[in-house]
Design a protein around this ligand. Structure first.
Ligand code: MF3
Ligand code: CO
Length: 257
C-alpha cells in the first residue's frame, strides 16, 4: 500500500535528509586522487554518529557499509574498500540516514581530479535529468510523468537509462511502494497525490543500459563496461510543488514546477 505522509512526518524525513545532505557534502569535498572509498565511508559514518542517526544501508540485507561508492562503470551498490581513487575516475556516492525511524536517501556523482569531457557531460546530464524528474513530480500528474521526463532528456543527450534499478517510495522504510522508473510514458501510472514521498534516482550509462552484478553480490556494473552516473533526491510531493527533503540546509528546498 502506498502511504501518504503528513507534514509532521516529513519534518522528520527532512531531519534525516539534512544528515544525508551533510554526508554527501563531507564525502564530496574529500574526493581526490589517492583517497580510498573506505576513507569516504568513514567520513560518512562520522557524520551519522555526530547526529545520533543511523545509516539506512548498514545491515540492509547484510550490506556491510555506511554508504555505497560506485566507480566508473559501476552503476550502484559498490562497497567501500581499499580501492584508491585515481585522477580521471568518476565516483557515485549514495547515502541514506534514519532519524526517529524516518528515512532519507540521496546520491551524487563527482569527478576525481580532471576527467574526460564525455564523463563530465554524463555527470551533468544525469544531474539535470534528476532535476527534470523532480520538476515533473506534480500533484495532479501521474508517476509516469517523472520517468518520461528523465528518459526523454537523457536519451536526447545520447545516454541510456538503466531499466533494472528504479527509484522508490520512502518513509518509515527506505524502500516502499511505488517503484519510480526512470523511463516510461507520460500520463500513465498512479496519480501523484499530496503527501507522496519518493526517491527519484536516474542512473544513466554512456553505452548500453544492460547491467551485471559482480561476484560480491552487490556491485552493479554496466554490461558493456561503459561509464555510469547516478543522482538521487528524496522528495515530498505537495500542492505547492515538490519539496526536496535531501537538499542542503543552505539550499533551496523547493523546486519550481
Ligand atoms: N540507496 C539505494 C537506493 O537508492 C539503496 C542502497 S542498497 C544498500 O535504493 F544495500 F546499500 F542499502
Ligand atoms: Co534510493
Amino acid at each position: 500500500m502506498i502511504t501518504l505522509k503528513t507534514a509532521d512526518q516529513t519534518t522528520k524525513m527532512r531531519a534525516a535528509g539534512l544528515v544525508v545532505s551533510e554526508m554527501l557534502a563531507r564525502t564530496r569535498e574529500a574526493v581526490r586522487p589517492g583517497i580510498t572509498t573506505l576513507d569516504l565511508d568513514r567520513i560518512a559514518a562520522e557524520v551519522i554518529a555526530r547526529h545520533g542517526a543511523k545509516s539506512s544501508f548498514l545491515g540492509y540485507y547484510g550490506y556491510p557499509a555506511t554508504i555505497c561508492t560506485s566507480v566508473n562503470e559501476e552503476i550502484v551498490h559498490g562497497i567501500p574498500s581499499k580501492r584508491v581513487l585515481r585522477e580521471g575516475d568518476i565516483i557515485g556516492i549514495d547515502a541514506g540516514a534514519i532519524v526517529d525511524e524516518w528515512h532519507a536517501d540521496a546520491a551524487i556523482t563527482v569527478p576525481v581530479g580532471k576527467i574526460s569531457a564525455e564523463a563530465a557531460k554524463l555527470i551533468a546530464v544525469t544531474e539535470e535529468a534528476l532535476r527534470r524528474g523532480i520538476a515533473a513530480a506534480r500533484v495532479g500528474g501521474r508517476l509516469g510523468d517523472i520517468g518520461a521526463a528523465v528518459q526523454r532528456y537523457a536519451e536526447g543527450e545520447g545516454f541510456s537509462v538503466v531499466r533494472n534499478y528504479v527509484g522508490h517510495g520512502i518513509g518509515r522504510a527506505m524502500h516502499e511502494e511505488p517503484q519510480v522508473p526512470n523511463y516510461g510514458a507520460p500520463e500513465r501510472g498512479i496519480p501523484i497525490r499530496e503527501g507522496l514521498c519518493i526517491a527519484i534516482e536516474p542512473m544513466l550509462n554512456a553505452g548500453r543500459p544492460e547491467t551485471r552484478t559482480l561476484k560480491d553480490d552487490w556491485t552493479v556494473v554496466t554490461a558493456d563496461t561503459s561509464l555510469s552516473a547516478h543522482f538521487e533526491h528524496t522528495i515530498w510531493c505537495t500542492d505547492k510543488g515538490p519539496v526536496v527533503l535531501t537538499a542542503p540546509a543552505s539550499g533551496r528546498v523547493s523546486v519550481a514546477a
